[in-house]
Structure formats: structure tokens, C-alpha cells
Design a protein around this ligand. Structure first.
Ligand code: AQP
Length: 336
């Protein structure tokens, strides 16, 4: 039996949004009372696409600020950045040698992110899931809270763990991780197109609610959010083929910690304008205090650096022990 441990990461690529919050960070906060948790700002993942060096540094601090402002306790959890612990890259190389090219070719995120110009994408973008597996398995994490978009990568992490355990005859060495995905809203969709996920890199800022948006902007974005001509249904069947309606109703349920049925009870038969003003209120109530706190924390970079230094030291201690074991299993020797 493996000790229960949570690991998850967020890329410091700016524009942290409601999808990152409801899909991941909100769950990080809930899990901190039940598990030992390791939360990572995955800056090595961020550079799979070109990043401005100055912005990358400030986005790392912004991501730590978003964690703390959302309620993560930096004393209780390990909060650190990936680049501080070199063992992530070392284990990722080992996993590059365990994972199969055919497995990589099946990854839908690579296909989406590389787009039509696949030949010109970085090799890093293609082997991104192997680094993600290394992040998780370096800490022998058992549970990983993520949005549904990461489910396929977690399946790959499980395949890598199984193959490693089997190839090196070390039954049960790496745990087979469990994804923890929100039931209310596995994937927050764009406010402009209910078929696309809410994303940092989408050109239109109107497609997402950023954690640092103010009250007026949130109201404006929700008012303009795409819907259809029908009213809010009284049961789930009434949401068939209504992607935008499902999205807004699910956001309302998730942000208020209630079940979809309760939303149908409250709003069934009502029009979207009534619903949208309540939705804005709920988002403003939850998100604006986080954004305000982030802005306050970002004025104290020493405080944020101290969190990262302490977290990196603690993460490094676990990583060092585990990587030593892994080298031993494989037959690699460090003479230095
Ligand atoms: N729309 C979403 N709905 C639910 N969960 C989401 N996550 C991201 N978008 C949504 C979850 O947030 C965590 C951190 O994500 P990330 O920043 O590391 O990676 P990402 O998926 O690449 O984020 P974006 O916003 O989608 O960036 P771009 O635009 O670069 O593609 C993860 O747990 C993720 O599932």
C-alpha cells in the first residue's frame, strides 16, 4: 500500500481563469485537509511553447499568489516550482525511454496544441506527458486533481507506472494514480463557444473569466456570454445539445457547491437574463476576493519567493530519496 499523497501542477502561462480555478485550484484547497499535498508551478511545461523570460518569472509568482489567495496553506502543503527540483527533468528522461512513440502519437492535447503545423512543434510539447508522469511519480503521488482535459495524460502516467514496474521487476514500486476530476464541472467551456474549453491562450479575453477580473468586467463577460433562445430547463434532459447552457448552469452549480438539480429547482422555466445576473453575483462573490488578494500578495515578492524556497527544499528532499531508488532499480550510478 502506498501512502496517500496528492500532486498537481499549474502552468505559469498567465491569465489564470475560472477553468483553472473550478477544474483544479478549488479542489487543491479542499484536498489539503484530507491528504499530504504537493502543488507545483510547472514552469518546465510552460516552455514547451515559447515564453517571454521576464513574463515567465512574473507568472510563476502570480501562480503562487493564486494558490495562496484561493486558500492554500503554504505551511501545510508543499508549494514549489518545477525548475527548482532538477529530478523532474531526470525522471522525465527515464520516462522518455519507458513510454512508446505510439503512446505519444495518441495524445489529443499534442494534436490540438500543435495544430496543422505539427512538424514545427517543439519536441518538448510532444513528450510533455512524460514530464507530467515524472512530476507525479517522483513523489509517488496516489491522487491527482485535474480538469478533464488532463485525463488522457493521467492514463498515460498509469501506463508508464505499470510498464516501469513490470520492466524492472519491481511490482507496485510506482503507484497507479487516481485522477480526481470535478463531477459538477469536469471541463469549463469558453463563454463564446460551448464546444471549446476555457483557455489561457484563447485570443478573445471575453471567452474567459480571469481570476484578476474586476466586478464590472465579470458582469460584462457574463452578460455577453453566448446562450440560446430557450429558457432554463427544469431537468437535465432539457440541456441536450445546448453546450453553452450546460456550461453556465454547471459553473453556477460548481461555484456555489450545489448539485445541478438544485439549479433546475431554482431557475427552471426562467429566462437567461435572470439567471445570468445571479451567476455574475456568485462569480463576483467568489472570484473577486481571490483576485484582490492576489494583487495584494504580488506586491510582496519576498513573501512569495520564501514560499517557493521552502517548498522547493521540501520537495527536493522527497525527490532526492525517490530518484536515488529509481536509479538503483535501473542500474544507473551517480559517481559525482
Ligand atoms: N477549461 C478548463 N476546465 C477545467 N479545468 C481546466 N484546467 C485548465 N483549463 C480548464 C485545469 O487547470 C489545471 C492547470 O492547467 P494548466 O494551466 O497547467 O494547463 P492548460 O490545460 O494548458 O491550461 P489552459 O488554460 O488550457 O492553457 P492553454 O491555453 O495554454 O491550453 C489543470 O488541471 C487543467 O486540467
Amino acid at each position: 500500500m502506498h501512502k496517500k499523497r496528492v500532486f498537481s501542477g499549474v502552468q505559469p502561462t498567465g491569465n489564470l481563469h475560472l477553468g483553472n480555478y473550478l477544474g483544479a485550484i478549488k479542489n487543491f484547497v479542499e484536498l489539503q485537509n484530507k491528504f499530504e499535498c504537493v502543488y507545483c508551478i510547472v514552469d518546465l511545461h510552460a516552455i514547451t511553447n515559447r515564453q517571454d523570460p521576464k513574463e515567465l518569472k512574473s507568472n510563476v509568482l502570480e501562480t503562487v499568489a493564486s494558490f495562496v489567495a484561493s486558500g492554500l496553506n503554504s505551511e501545510k502543503n508543499i508549494i514549489f516550482n518545477q525548475a527548482s527540483v532538477a529530478a523532474h527533468s531526470e525522471l522525465a528522461w527515464i520516462f522518455n525511454c519507458v513510454a512508446r512513440i505510439g503512446w505519444m502519437n495518441r495524445m489529443t492535447q499534442f494534436k490540438e496544441k500543435a495544430g496543422a503545423n505539427k512538424e514545427n512543434a517543439s519536441v518538448g510539447l510532444m513528450v510533455y506527458p512524460n514530464l507530467m508522469a515524472a512530476d507525479i511519480l517522483l513523489y509517488k503521488a496516489t491522487h491527482v486533481p485535474v480538469g478533464e482535459d488532463q485525463k488522457q495524460h493521467l492514463e498515460l502516467t498509469r501506463d508508464i507506472a505499470k510498464k516501469f514496474n513490470n520492466d524492472f521487476n519491481c511490482d507496485n514500486y510506482f503507484p497507479i494514480v487516481e485522477p480526481l476530476i470535478s463531477k459538477e464541472i469536469p471541463r469549463v467551456m469558453s463563454l463564446r463557444d460551448g464546444k471549446k474549453k476555457m483557455s489561457k491562450s484563447e485570443d478573445s479575453d471575453m471567452s474567459r473569466i480571469n481570476l484578476k477580473d474586476d466586478k464590472d468586467l465579470i458582469e460584462q463577460k457574463i452578460k455577453k456570454a453566448k446562450t440560446d433562445n430557450d429558457s432554463i430547463p427544469s431537468e437535465v434532459n432539457g440541456l441536450k445539445n445546448r453546450d453553452e447552457a450546460i456550461n453556465l448552469i454547471s459553473i453556477y452549480a460548481s461555484i456555489n457547491n450545489i448539485k445541478l438539480e438544485q439549479v433546475f429547482k431554482e431557475f427552471g422555466g426562467k429566462n437567461f437574463s435572470t439567471f445570468k445576473s445571479k451567476l455574475s453575483e456568485s462569480i463576483i462573490e467568489k472570484i473577486c476576493p481571490i483576485g484582490d488578494e492576489m494583487k495584494k500578495l504580488l506586491k510582496d515578492s519576498k513573501y512569495l519567493h520564501d514560499i517557493l524556497k521552502k517548498g522547493s527544499k521540501n520537495a527536493g528532499l522527497i525527490a532526492k530519496i525517490n530518484l536515488k531508488e529509481i536509479y538503483e532499480i535501473i542500474g544507473l550510478t551517480k559517481f559525482s
